[in-house]
Write a protein that binds this ligand. Structure first.
Ligand SMILES: [Zn+2]
Length: 344
């Protein structure tokens, strides 16, 4: 069986639309017909070559989607044919089956345990979670990456308590989901910081009570005008080391905590005054918001599906053939999150 995919053949070049031959399923692998794929900064970095040398090209990419199971390989117990599922890079229960190798015009095309810029994908069982009944296939794409990372950072990593103050540095897809998490968790105030006016506007829609334009301003001083002690919680979602430093400095003494979500370009270093640790501030990292898909996706699905925020408006729709435009728009900050419609 063949399928269409947008693959990375060479970094710093547009993705190539290719017709791939799907291999036979190995134990632990599931064939999914993708309905919608998301895209995030990780793919932008991969495509632009910001993650360093890419030894895997040509390869499939994308790591957040929804779809329908059409075939299961040996050993699969978590899902069955016909199930609607969320595909996510964050590992849950089930078999870790490794990636598939597709064939394309006599060449091999590599893929990880989950790839989604394609109409059909061979996926490792542990990257699948049943679609929560609270969400449609479009909105549930957020559960593949942005929601567990952003909301998970707030709930699982910082352990936000109602009434705590929150600053979110970078209000793209992940940062907006951190805003949502902070709002659902009772954070107040919630301060969104982003140089992009569209993103600041979106932050106010998705839970922020204040926004700051960091361009030509002392962000930490601006935050302290709103919360004079410094915030309880700072979430960093830009991948810029100087912003990580600002995030720690924006937190309060004796208990302030900063979480870095952003991915820095390869080769960059973080410089930090070590006194922040003596002041009782914590700097934390996270792997996908420390989310456990089987535990967290149903509850994040209830929050996203609650109707409190118009989360469907976070998504801008593209067809698979428009994927390079989607990536450009995402990189330029013209949209919240792209939604690649595989049936369009
Ligand atoms: Zn992602």
């Amino acid at each position: 069986m063949k399928t269409q995919a947008a693959i990375l053949v060479q970094t710093e070049r547009p993705l190539v639309l290719a017709e791939l031959e799907i291999p036979a399923l190995k134990p632990g692998q599931v064939l999914v017909e993708i309905a919608y794929s998301g895209a995030c900064g990780t793919q932008v970095m991969e495509i632009r070559g910001h993650k360093g040398e890419d030894k895997w090209v040509p390869h499939c990419l994308g790591h957040e989607a929804t779809g329908t199971v059409i075939e299961t390989g040996p050993g699969i117990t978590k899902v069955k044919t016909g199930d609607k599922v969320v595909l996510s890079w964050i590992k849950g229960t089930g078999i870790e089956a490794g990636g598939a190798v597709y064939a394309w015009e006599g060449r091999k095309v590599n893929a990880g345990g989950v790839t989604t810029f394609q109409r059909h994908s061979v996926v490792s069982e542990n990257r699948l979670t049943l679609l929560p009944p609270t969400l449609n296939m479009e909105t549930a794409v957020l559960l593949g990456c942005a929601a567990p990372t952003g909301m998970g950072a707030v709930f699982n990593v910082t352990g936000l308590k109602a009434g705590e103050s929150v600053a979110i540095f970078g209000t793209g897809g992940i940062g907006l989901n951190a805003c949502l998490g902070a709002a659902f968790g009772g954070g107040i105030p919630i301060i969104g910081i982003d140089p992009n006016p569209l993103r600041r506007e979106m932050a106010m829609i998705y839970g922020a009570t204040h926004v700051i334009d960091p361009t030509n301003s002392d962000v930490v001083a601006e935050i302290k005008k709103i919360v004079p002690t410094g915030v309880d919680i700072a979430i960093e979602a830009t991948g810029i080391p100087t912003v990580m430093d600002q995030a720690v400095n924006a937190t309060r003494m004796q208990g302030g905590r900063a979480v870095v979500i952003g991915n820095a370009r390869v080769g960059l270093d973080l410089s930090l005054n070590p006194n922040v640790f003596n002041q009782g501030k914590s700097l934390m990292g996270t792997w996908g918001g420390d989310s456990v898909p089987d535990r967290d996706y149903p509850r994040f699905g209830r929050l996203l599906g609650s109707g409190r925020f118009p989360v469907q408006n976070l998504l801008s729709r593209y067809s698979l053939t428009q994927i390079n435009t989607a990536i450009d728009d995402l990189e330029a900050g013209r949209i919240g999150r792209p939604l690649i419609d595989m049936f369009a």
